[in-house]
Design a protein around this ligand. Structure first.
Ligand SMILES: Nc1nc2c(ncn2[C@@H]2O[C@H](COP(=O)(O)OP(=O)(O)OP(=O)(O)O)[C@@H](O)[C@H]2O)c(=O)[nH]1
Ligand SMILES: [Mg+2]
Length: 387
């Protein structure tokens, strides 16, 4: 695979380079090698081919030399641009959305996750359907026939996809009802809940694991976690809170996926408080934090928040100080530094969650362990995943 990005102005270069790094990470997560990457200046996208004709031609011969690898574009292509480029280059042309969709499709384990991803893929496919049949349509047109089987086939496919989407939506309603029942069972236990949120690969699952002695999959891949998982966390005061690990956010999250994961993200919306995890060692930490804050805003999440800077074992003491100031400023809360792998900063995090739990659950009495133990004891594991 090769990766292509564009810059409109010179001062965008650095930001685009970071985006291409992320795109390469996405490709790696999918299990493909990136042979090469190019950053091309482009002031105005061409409506038909996105790139200028000279660039299209140059890449056509270059791709042939490289052995016709697939092309991954950083920019969002219209269905028409994508189709034309594929025709000109004779290789698959993917954009960011499609790579993310493919990763999600591979990662989805639960019934809910699978239904959500399939819906997102079908919705992405719908406007692109004409592509596969365009050559047929043209052949038909050439011999003076209109509305031949090519066109009919598209209509049939569209109808089948719409029917399938309807079936999936109905299935999702049933699954969501089950999830709500589980959540109600959980919220009947008078415990505060805290959702771990943050950019993908920030270290959320690792943090959940060390805090609650669990073994949720944590890996150096983007989107290792898709389905929310909840565990009990015991706090210094003896109180218990429910800690939920969630799907990571990413820049330019495909809209199809935002919609499809609305139900999963509902876990975030329902939490009493949020623990926003930022990988402080990432060169783009600030932008990642902004993306997460923006996503939370668009989800209308305004719960009390803790800002946890993770992976500080990779930074020097002065870098940690600078990151706390800078990122704390961006988020408007004081930042706490921790390393889940070294186990530093965890006590302070527990204390902060403890203090917030008192604020968010007004009936503190009901929240005391003695009272909780009189109520139905919460199960040791709150797997929200189905199955
Ligand atoms: N050095 C260092 N690495 C860490 C730390 N915490 C997590 N990591 C590593 O960072 C990578 C990502 O961690 P995860 O816990 O899977 O991250 P996540 O936020 O759950 O990621 P997604 O589920 O993909 O959104 C893994 O390779 C972890 O081992 C830390 O404190 N220090
Ligand atoms: Mg994870």
């Amino acid at each position: 695979m090769i990766v292509i990005g564009t810059v409109a102005r010179r001062d965008e270069r650095e930001q685009r380079d970071i985006e291409l790094d992320e795109l390469e990470e996405l490709a790696r997560t999918l299990g493909t090698d990136v042979l090469e990457r190019s950053l091309i200046s482009l002031r105005e996208p061409h409506p038909a081919t996105f790139f200028r004709s000279g660039v299209v031609a140059a890449f056509a011969s270059h791709l042939a030399e490289l052995g016709s690898p697939a092309v991954l574009c950083n920019d969002q292509l219209t269905p028409r641009q994508q189709r034309n480029l594929q025709e000109e280059w004779g290789v698959p042309v993917l954009d960011r959305t499609e790579v993310i969709l493919a990763i999600f499709a591979r990662r989805a384990i639960t019934a809910e996750g699978r239904v959500q991803v399939e819906m997102a893929q079908l919705e992405h496919l719908l406007p692109r359907l004409a592509g596969g049949w365009s050559h047929l349509e043209r052949q038909r047109g050439g011999v003076g026939l209109r509305g031949g089987p090519g066109e009919k086939q598209i209509e049939v496919d569209r109808r089948l996809i719409r029917q399938q989407l309807k079936r999936l939506r109905e299935r999702l309603v049933v699954i969501e009802r089950q999830r709500r029942t589980r959540r109600t069972a959980r919220t009947n236990v008078p415990l505060a809940s805290c959702a771990l949120v943050g950019y993908t690969n920030a270290g959320k699952s690792t943090l959940l694991n060390v805090l609650t002695h669990s073994q949720v999959l944590a890996d150096d891949l983007l989107f290792a976690t898709l389905d929310p998982t909840s565990r009990r966390l015991e706090l210094p005061s003896g109180k218990l809170v429910i800690l939920t690990d969630t799907v990571g956010f990413i820049q330019k999250l495909p809209t199809e996926l935002v919609e499809a994961f609305a139900a999963t993200l509902e876990e975030v919306r329902q939490a009493h408080m949020l623990c926003l995890v930022v990988d402080a060692s990432h060169p783009d930490a600030e932008q990642q934090l902004l993306t997460v804050l923006e996503t939370l805003r668009s989800m209308e999440c305004d719960q009390p928040m803790i800002l946890a800077l993770s992976k500080v074992d990779r930074l020097t003491a002065s870098e940690v100080r600078a990151a706390r100031l800078r990122l704390g400023d961006v988020a408007g809360v004081s930042a706490l530094a921790l390393s889940a792998t070294r186990g530093t900063g965890l006590r302070e995090l527990r204390q902060r969650i403890d203090a917030l739990a008192d604020q968010v659950v007004p009936d503190i009495k009901a929240n005391r362990p003695s009272a909780a133990s009189q109520a139905t004891p919460p199960p040791t594991e709150f797997r929200t995943a189905t199955g």
